[in-house]
Design a protein around this ligand. Structure first.
Ligand SMILES: NC(=O)c1ccc[n+]([C@@H]2O[C@H](COP(=O)([O-])OP(=O)(O)OC[C@H]3O[C@@H](n4cnc5c(N)ncnc54)[C@H](O)[C@@H]3O)[C@@H](O)[C@H]2O)c1
Length: 332
């Protein structure tokens, strides 16, 4: 039996299921014949981006709100993927209290309900940029975390892991901490607080110079969203993953300037780049994951190269441009 058959007819709760990773995960679960329940307050999500499938139900509600949590947990989900979050670094610097409430209280509540109702597995979406710091060694290995962090978002992503570990230690709740590295791909709508790749596509497709913060030699471990999704699904299945924190990255890093060049080439944008100062919280000039643990425990192997991922993302932008243009929010 293919291990992914595990999800057939299972009830799966995806918090934040209307977002970038969540919409891709929900679609894949839908294709695997799971009964998918999305809990999302739509604060940074769009109706048009939610997969429209018979076996995907959307509950609009907040992870901090007991009425919404009772509504979804009364279904007794077998699996929970907790992806809802106040995203991400700059947003948390601008709104630190909201960040703590959503990522801290929201995660604690999800864990409480999961423990009360009993789940097969709860996978928590942590962050490589959150838990590794300047004092961690590259490529980042799971044991080498930092408590010297640079944004409230990083603090609360780590806090989430501390809570999941506590529920595992005290209640044997079968949790896994998935540490994503810079996810990109279809499903991420550009906007003020979004990641650099969708924003660069947006600016490139509207014929603007791409604003590089720093000198462009900074690198990131960009990971294509469907690779993240396959990693998440395996984390929910493999017994050996329980109680572990596991990186989900591409295991390669690429320069910001290289990424910007590819995007300008793909879109035919001739405006080049504009260099602007690095944001003051943006202390990490290089991010690179070790994916050895994921390879060992999950048989994880990224399938989509960086270039292919950018091409697929561009394709998604072209197909959805009308909606993307309407939805993208910038305040400049
Ligand atoms: N995208 C990345 O590069 C990346 C990297 C590391 C970790 N992560 C983590 O992965 C998860 C998914 O990231 P994403 O890129 O899909 O983000 P996203 O912002 O696209 O998705 C988060 C979803 O949560 C929803 N949400 C926000 N607050 C909520 C609340 N209070 N109640 C219910 N729903 C709420 C939003 O509407 C959105 O649909 C997040 O937890 C994020 O911290 C993402």
């Amino acid at each position: 039996m293919d291990q992914l058959d595990t999800f057939q007819d299972k009830k799966v709760l995806v918090t934040g299921g209307a977002g970038c990773v969540g919409s891709n995960l929900s679609r894949r679960l839908g294709e695997l014949d799971a009964q998918v329940l999305i809990l999302d307050n739509m604060s940074s999500a769009y109706e048009w981006n939610i997969p429209n499938m018979e076996n995907i139900e959307v509950v609009k509600g907040d992870v901090r709100d007991d009425a919404s949590l009772k509504r979804v947990f009364k279904e007794k989900p077998d699996y929970v993927f907790h992806l809802a979050a106040h995203f991400a670094n700059q947003n948390s610097v601008d709104n630190p209290e909201k960040d703590l409430m959503v990522n801290g209280i929201g995660t604690l509540k999800i864990l409480q309900y999961a423990q009360l109702t009993g789940v097969e597995r709860l996978v928590y979406s942590s962050s490589g940029c959150g838990v590794y710091g300047l004092d961690s060694q590259m490529p980042f290995q799971e044991h080498d975390i930092s408590i010297s962090l640079h944004t409230p978002y990083q603090v609360t992503k780590l806090l989430g892991e501390l809570y999941t570990n506590y529920f595992y230690n005290l209640y044997d709740l079968p949790i896994v901490n998935a540490r994503f590295f810079n996810v990109f791909g279809p499903g991420e709508v550009p906007g003020k607080y979004r990641n650099v790749i969708p924003n660069f596509f947006y600016w490139s497709m509207t014929n603007n110079p791409l604003p590089i913060t720093g000198d462009g030699s900074e690198t990131r471990d960009w990971t294509y969203v469907t690779d993240i999704v396959e990693g998440l699904l395996t984390m929910a299945i493999k017994k050996e993953a329980i109680g572990e924190a596991i990186n989900l990255g591409s295991g390669e890093d690429h320069k910001v300037k290289e990424m910007a060049q590819i995007i300008n080439e793909l879109t035919g944008n001739r405006e080049g780049f504009a260099y602007i100062p690095r944001r003051n919280w943006d202390a990490k000039t290089k991010l690179l994951s070790s994916i050895e643990k994921a390879e060992q425990i999950l048989d994880y192997q990224p399938q989509v190269s960086f270039k292919q991922g950018l091409e697929k993302t561009y394709h998604w932008f072209q197909e959805n441009w009308e909606n993307i243009e309407k939805s993208a929010e910038f305040d400049y």
